[in-house]
Design a protein around this ligand. Structure first.
Ligand code: C2E
Ligand code: CA
Ligand code: CA
Ligand code: CA
Length: 287
């Protein structure tokens, strides 16, 4: 019995040590990835759903893009963000990662040709931990300045659930970002616990309907009713409503019929590297 207990204690101690080393290793590897340029930013188009009907799906319908980070790992290949963002968010390294993505996104957007509806904006995902840092808005101002991008062309996306913190700095940062002239989007809307009450108290300009509501569209009246209500609510509050995760023409048609302003999803375009996205903006205008 004592032997078993001793063995178990030794084993768990060893596991703890391994885990510790693994954690430190991951942090170091991520830090190295940022400084060596392995973290790249891809861009996915956001289209004017109403214009898509008239001008087709070409460059003229593209009003914005969302910046999505990927890790081009030397041995593991392309690592998707959900495999390292959560880890980064639990560490201060998310601040470096976020700043890296922000600078890359602003630099790319500054080169995009102006579309028929004006300058195309870029949306950057931001974690709660970044917003709770008092220097956040200042770093946004620096990134905009460095890229020469007008603040109105930047959207900060914050997930609904990440705003469920009592740190007042989070809301303060959002106000500061808006004072600069940039916009704030509430991401994954409808998936948090307190959607409606949060919406009333957050300083936001854009509402992104989570793809879990968009994907069932067309397969039953209830999904249409829910998306219709969210679109109506957002529009009535003066927000720009973006539907995420549109994969089919049928979903796009329903959303257009509901008066939803913007759409994003594989149907319009997958996330692609910066140069490929810029090239698509110089491509055919219609079709
Ligand atoms: P998100 O902000 O909700 O981004 C949308 C995700 O849906 C992206 O996944 C995108 O590739 C995917 N997507 C787009 N259209 C479709 C579609 O039609 N169908 C389906 N099934 N999926 C679609 P991705 O790039 O893997 O990113 C996952 C999440 O990682 C993002 O979700 C965001 O929360 C987070 N993330 C990405 N980049 C960053 C970043 O730079 N910073 C932070 N803090 N989070 C990031
Ligand atoms: Ca997002
Ligand atoms: Ca989302
Ligand atoms: Ca999400």
């Amino acid at each position: 019995r004592a032997d078993v207990a001793l063995y178990a204690a030794k084993r768990s101690g060893r596991n703890r040590a391994n885990q510790h080393e693994g954690e430190a290793g991951r942090g170091r590897e991520l830090a190295r990835a940022i400084s060596s340029g392995e973290l790249v930013v891809h861009f996915q188009p956001v289209v004017d759903l109403q214009a898509v009907g008239a001008v087709g799906m070409g460059r003229d319908a593209i009003t914005a893009a969302e910046a999505l980070v990927r890790w081009e790992h030397p041995t593991r290949g392309t690592v998707p963000p959900l495999q390292f963002i959560l880890y980064a968010e639990s560490r201060a390294i998310i601040l470096d990662l976020g700043q890296h993505v922000l600078r890359a996104a602003c630099a790319a957007a500054a080169t995009w040709p102006v579309g028929p509806a004006g300058r195309r904006s870029v949306a950057v995902n931001v974690s709660a931990r970044e917003l709770c840092d008092r220097g956040y808005a200042r770093r946004v101002a620096e990134a905009l300045d460095e890229a020469g991008l007008p603040p109105t062309a930047l959207v900060i996306e914050v997930t609904e659930s990440s705003t469920e913190t009592d740190d007042p700095q989070l809301t303060r940062s959002l106000h500061e970002v808006r004072e600069l002239g940039a916009h704030v989007a509430v991401d994954d809307f409808g998936t948090g616990y307190s959607s409606l009450s949060r919406l009333a108290s957050l300083p936001v300009d854009v509402l992104k309907i989570d793809r879990s509501f968009v994907q069932p569209l067309g397969s039953g009246p209830r999904s249409t009713t829910i998306v219709s209500a969210i679109t109506g609510l957002g529009t009535a509050l003066g927000l720009t409503v973006v539907a995420e995760g549109i994969e089919t023409a049928a979903q796009a048609d329903v959303l257009r019929g509901l008066g939803c302003a913007r759409g994003q999803g594989y149907f319009f375009g997958r996330p692609v590297p910066a140069d490929a996205f810029a090239a698509s903006l110089h491509g055919p205008g219609a079709g």
